[in-house]
Design a binder for this molecule. Structure first.
Ligand SMILES: Cc1cc2nc3c(=O)[nH]c(=O)nc-3n(C[C@H](O)[C@H](O)[C@H](O)COP(=O)(O)OP(=O)(O)OC[C@H]3O[C@@H](n4cnc5c(N)ncnc54)[C@H](O)[C@@H]3O)c2cc1C
Length: 546
């Protein structure tokens, strides 16, 4: 039988409360002094499995199990405040949950978030023989920021977040290979490049290969778990409460219980994750999550009757995707029709436009209820940005026959701890997501895989030496480099490559000298920075500093 220990008026609580004053000190959660808080028989006597072994300051008072029906206490306030400020305050003052009992022989993991990272985590847990349930809010499908929108009956299609990706890691390459065999991905052969205001276009090199979902990104997400046998998916489901009880985590959606688990994975971020963690009993995890900064991005999906007059470059075809430079309201534009449907040069075209992060910050509204006036203003500004980028006169583009704006309020991470995953073995809870390693689909996948393997190793150990499995709970964050819509490891413009070539390896000092080594490291750092390999960048920086 597993037990968890929690107390509200104890010396331990005071240490936990002191966390915000010492945010960078590696404070370990206090070891439970079992006899003080709990009658020891409760911890180990399996005959008590159904007893309430939740600790309270009054040992004779039996705590209640997590509520299943919110109407039982309708006037009770939710356990977390609704404002960000309230959420932050709560998460710093909460006490640490400590699971002390042995890990179950047949553990089940609850994964909250069915984006790339949560799905990769479930897949890799399955590879290690561990059951999991993925909860996701998606109404139309899994995938989170791998969204594809299809509009019927017009047959319009838009990738409305992730556009394409590059591959550098062998484990991610394996996943992409699998998609490729199933006919779900292919290389994007169309021209992509950088577009300066006024219509000046420079293509990016065709290497490394750029990949896209054949029918958009969402089907890739839907396929990840298609051949698994010990993964459940619950969707749409908005997990709103995490409660530790009797050695398990209980998850619920608006008071309705949705399962009990031996460990939990938070595979999402932003305001929702901060709220969820604010009163969960995981202060270290909550603190790391709160250090994360996220940008916002406006997406404009627009379908035009006639093709947009897109510039080409020398012998290249007119571009299909472009990183836009020098325009406030625009950072990316892509022709979904060319990318996903056909290469014909006439007929309607579906375009995805993304704003810059700065523009989104200046025009931020609640993403769930965008005021009509804001939608109109943003659409107008972004379409003007398109005209400006293409070097066209104002109002020369015909009004799209379909358009829709969406705000990605928590679009992309702007800082990262640069570690594949976070795991709190005391609380049997972990975090995965793109932001742990970067801001790309590859980063998200690698993070999910890493956390799955870490949890599997922890379970395999029986949970007897928890301290050995604590990871990422105190790492500092570093700013992330990249485009407004994320990182594309390996992809650099010709200008960046030229800049790189202008570095020359020093040859005047003796081989192996400190100076030569430092200069070589500096060159490698420049390469890592240009190619947005943030983990390599940080590691090399650390080596040089040392
Ligand atoms: C505009 C934009 C453009 C991008 N372009 C690219 C690109 O071209 N190439 C690239 O590689 N990357 C791109 N990215 C980044 C890429 O999409 C992300 O890095 C990646 O999808 C993140 O995956 P994730 O699993 O970490 O998070 P997410 O995809 O955000 O998944 C989290 C999931 O958790 C769910 N969730 C949240 N709260 C709860 C809850 N309480 N209960 C249940 N479920 C919950 C969410 O609904 C979501 O489905 C882009 C991102 C944006 C916003």
């Amino acid at each position: 039988m597993a037990a968890f220990i929690s107390s509200t008026k104890t010396p331990q609580t005071m240490i936990c409360i002191s966390l915000p004053q010492l945010p960078f000190l590696p404070i370990r959660s206090p070891k439970p002094t079992i006899p003080f808080y709990i009658h020891s028989s409760l911890t180990h006597n399996s005959s008590n499995a159904n007893n309430n072994n939740k600790i309270s300051t009054n040992p004779h008072k039996k705590p209640k199990p997590p509520m299943n029906n919110p109407s039982r206490n309708p006037r009770k306030k939710p356990s977390y405040g609704t404002s960000r400020r309230s959420a932050i305050k709560k998460s710093f003052s909460q006490e640490q949950v400590v699971f002390t009992g042995p890990v179950s022989n047949d553990p089940v993991v609850g994964i909250i978030g069915g984006g790339m990272s949560g799905l990769a985590c479930a897949l890799y847990l399955e590879k290690r023989g561990i059951k999991s349930t993925v909860f996701d809010t998606g109404l139309r499908g899994l995938g989170g920021r791998m969204g594809t929108r299809k509009i019927h009956p017009e047959g319009l299609i838009f990738d409305h977040a992730a556009q394409f990706f590059t591959v550098t890691d062998p484990k991610f390459a394996e996943m992409v290979d699998d998609w490729s065999k199933k006919g779900l991905v292919r290389q994007w052969q169309g021209t992509i490049g950088e577009l300066e205001a006024g219509g000046q276009f420079a293509p990016l090199p065709t290497s490394p290969p750029r990949y896209i979902g054949v029918n958009g990104m969402r089907p890739l997400a839907d396929s990840i778990l298609s051949q698994t046998s010990v993964v459940d998916v619950v969707r749409p489901c908005w997990v709103s409460t995490l409660e530790p009880y009797n050695g398990k985590w209980y998850l619920s959606e608006k008071g309705e219980r949705c399962g009990q688990f031996d460990a939990i994975v938070i595979a999402h971020n932003g305001k929702c994750a901060n709220k969820l963690l604010a009163s969960s009993g995981l202060p270290l995890i909550a603190r790391q999550m709160k250090r994360l900064d996220l940008s916002s991005i406006w997406a404009l999906l627009a379908a035009f009757e006639d093709p947009l007059p897109v510039p080409s470059f020398e012998s290249a075809f007119p571009f299909e995707g472009a990183f836009v430079k020098g325009i406030d309201s625009l950072s990316w534009m892509a022709n979904n029709t060319k990318k996903l449907v056909s290469s014909q040069n006439s007929g309607p075209e579906c375009w995805t436009f993304f704003s810059t992060a700065m523009f989104a910050k200046q025009n931020k509204v609640p993403q769930e209820s965008i005021p009509a006036a804001t939608a109109e203003k943003v659409t107008k500004a972004m379409l003007e940005g398109v005209e400006n980028a293409l070097g066209l006169q104002k109002s020369s583009i015909k009004k799209p026959f379909y358009s829709r704006v969406q705000l990605w309020g928590a679009a992309l991470p702007t800082n990262s701890p640069g570690i594949p995953c976070i795991f709190d073995p005391q609380g049997r809870a972990g975090i995965c997501g793109d932001w742990l390693l970067g801001s790309s689909l590859e980063a998200a996948a690698l993070s999910g895989m890493a956390l799955a393997n870490h949890i599997a190793d922890y379970f395999q150990s029986g949970g007897t030496c928890p301290d050995e499995f604590a990871v990422g709970l105190h790492n500092e964050f570093h700013p992330l480099q990249g485009h407004d819509i994320g990182q594309f490891p390996g992809l650099a413009s010709q200008g960046q490559l030229d800049e790189l070539a202008s570095f020359s390896l020093p040859c005047s000092c003796p081989r192996g000298s400190l100076r030569r080594q430092t200069e070589t490291f500096e060159l490698l750092i420049a390469v890592a920075e240009l190619c947005e390999l943030s983990y390599l960048y940080d590691t090399l920086q650390d080596v040089v500093t040392e």
